[in-house]
Design a binder for this molecule. Sequence first.
Ligand SMILES: Cc1cc2nc3c(=O)[nH]c(=O)nc-3n(C[C@H](O)[C@H](O)[C@H](O)COP(=O)(O)O)c2cc1C
Length: 254
Amino acid sequence: MTQSLLEQGRSFLKDTVRKTVDFSATAQSRGIGPPPIEKPFAEGTTRIDLPPQTGGWKTIHGIDLKTAIQNRRSRRTYRDEPVTVEELSFLLWATQGIRERIDEGHAYRTVPSAGCRHAIETYLCVLNVTGVARGLYRYLPLEHQILLEGTDDRLAQRIVGAAFGQVSPGEAAVTFIWTAVPYRMEWRYGGAAHKVIALDAGHVCQNLYLACEAIEAGTCAMAAYDQEAMDRLIGVDGTDEFVIYLAPVGKVAG
Ligand SMILES: Cc1cc2nc3c(=O)[nH]c(=O)nc-3n(C[C@H](O)[C@H](O)[C@H](O)COP(=O)(O)O)c2cc1C
């Protein structure tokens, strides 16, 4: 590894970049309206309503926060048991659910985000969820729905391949695949956008860990994957949107 690569990496972690960014030149400062809160979708696409929190989520009994934090660990082996659609609904709400819509370009969610920009999208590789056919889906936080992105008979093999052979995404009931849509953060912060997107992803995944503990499920953060293969799997362009993190989820012994 060259010295400059290490320097680049260390510099990415610092906030020195803020001193070099001309914030008066960001899209927001130039009066350009905010990008959409969630990636738009075409009418007529297959969308599935998720059981809303207002319905009570009767099967989600929960555990206290101290127990969830104490029990949390990375879990890479799962029982051959489905996750229910109500549990999936709970996990999506816990990781990206909308708390309050502020205006056209802003909404508070269950996780924090720098400048409330929320530059992350959630894709799902569904292999074993009750009431949801196998396939690739995208979460629509505003609608609290999942949208079918595609199907593939070799989904399990393909996701394992794209995860550099790590087997848990192929054995999981569902894998959360998070992408960054950088412009959503760049609109406000320009060149200072990128570190905070990575920080935001940490909050999202931590909520998934804790929420999994509440439903006798487990997860494992994964940052090692084949970038191009994973982008191809979910059908994003790798430039304006690309995968940054993933986490398989499956049932574990209670
Ligand atoms: C940013 C990040 C990336 C990780 N990437 C992987 C990964 O690609 N594969 C994996 O098996 N575990 C991965 N892990 C899980 C760590 O190995 C795990 O958190 C660590 O060993 C501590 O164990 P614990 O989570 O059970 O406390 C990752 C964790 C984090 C936070």
